[in-house]
Write a protein that binds this ligand. Structure first.
Ligand SMILES: NC(=O)c1ccc[n+]([C@@H]2O[C@H](COP(=O)([O-])OP(=O)(O)OC[C@H]3O[C@@H](n4cnc5c(N)ncnc54)[C@H](OP(=O)(O)O)[C@@H]3O)[C@@H](O)[C@H]2O)c1
Length: 295
């Protein structure tokens, strides 16, 4: 583990609980060495440089974006495979990947790049949606708590305890409305969804209704994403895919980095993105079980 910030701490905690991966050491800035790690890590060596760590099979780079390339260089030149999750997209990601690729080839070590939430897990969803509907367009709306507001209309529907709403304008100019409802106990969710969608106030807009357990918790959570892929109408019919997610981004990033680390032993030298990895390799020794459960 390199860097003990938000993502690093979550990775380290998960490693303490994990069975197939073991935390060998934490690499920290010199200034941070004086600050002891939480008690649970008292047996874990804390060092200032990766060269001080013996026999490791991979390093999770959890340092700020600007420091990742240097940290990657240090690990790779010491023969340590890396996993990182820099928040870069498009051309910037390609250029960065190429830089890591050259280093990784020079030192004959594998590297996994962009293995967080976005880029990372969300990239896999985006890619799969586009494979399923090759002709079409994708929209990603980041939902921040602030954009959610109460909606008196939805709250008047029988069975709705609380409701929040947000709107997004699609690229074709059409307004999409996303309504989150907390229902009274025993209420039929489909009936409420139909009632909200049929309300004259919402007619003309594309309205999607999501029942949630707690509106108060949703307001607190703040972060989320709506990823939508609409296939163009045509020979393949009109396909539509929607991913609605609420999450802690640091937690998902840490989880994805650990998941990716399981694939390191099977990789050739060079840089690999999540799209290059075999999905089954991410399951490690759970591969057989995952195949039985999810295929
Ligand atoms: N792909 C995604 O969706 C996604 C999402 C979130 C984060 N990330 C990436 O994950 C990485 C870690 O993010 P984070 O939120 O955990 O960052 P953070 O909370 O700021 O922690 C970074 C840690 O890196 C260490 N560090 C080393 N050099 C540093 C420097 N010059 N200035 C400040 N800290 C330095 C520090 O740990 P020590 O004090 O122990 O040295 C610090 O606590 C970043 O590269 C970020 O881009 C990706």
């Amino acid at each position: 583990m390199v860097g003990f910030g938000r993502v690093g701490t979550i990775c380290a905690e998960a490693l303490l609980d994990g069975k197939d991966l073991v935390l060998a050491a934490v690499v920290r800035r010199r200034d941070s060495l004086a600050h002891a790690l939480p008690k649970a890590f008292c047996t874990i060596p804390v060092v200032a440089h990766v060269a001080q760590v013996q026999a490791v099979e991979g390093a999770l780079l959890c340092v700020p974006q600007q420091q990742v390339l240097d940290a990657a260089h240090e690990c790779l030149q010491h023969g340590i495979p890396i996993v990182e999750s820099s928040v870069l997209h498009g051309e910037a990601f390609q250029a960065y990947r190429e830089a890591i690729h050259r280093l990784a080839l020079r030192h004959k070590v594998p590297a996994i790049v962009g293995a967080g939430w976005d880029p990372g897990a969300l990239s896999l969803f985006r890619s799969l949606f586009a494979l399923l509907a090759p002709e079409g367009f994708t929209e990603t709306a980041r939902r921040v708590g602030v954009s959610l507001h109460h909606t008196a209309m939805a709250q008047q529907i029988a069975g709705v305890k609380e409701a929040l709403c947000t709107e997004q304008r699609a690229t074709n100019g059409r307004r999409h409305r996303y309504v989150y409802v907390e229902l009274e106990q025993g209420v039929n969710a489909d009936r409420v969804i139909d009632a909200i969608r049929a309300d004259p106030l919402f007619l003309g807009d594309e309205t999607l209704v999501f029942p949630v357990e707690s509106i108060a918790a949703l307001e607190q959570e703040g972060r989320g994403v709506l990823l939508e892929r609409r296939g163009s109408p045509g020979r393949l019919g009109h396909q539509q895919f929607l991913l609605e997610a609420r999450f802690d981004e640091s937690l998902l990033t840490a989880h994805m980095m650990l998941t990716a680390a399981r694939a390191l032993p099977q990789l050739n030298p060079g840089a690999h993105s999540l799209l290059d990895l075999r999905l089954s390799a991410l399951w490690g020794d759970q591969q057989g079980k995952a195949e039985r459960e999810w295929l």
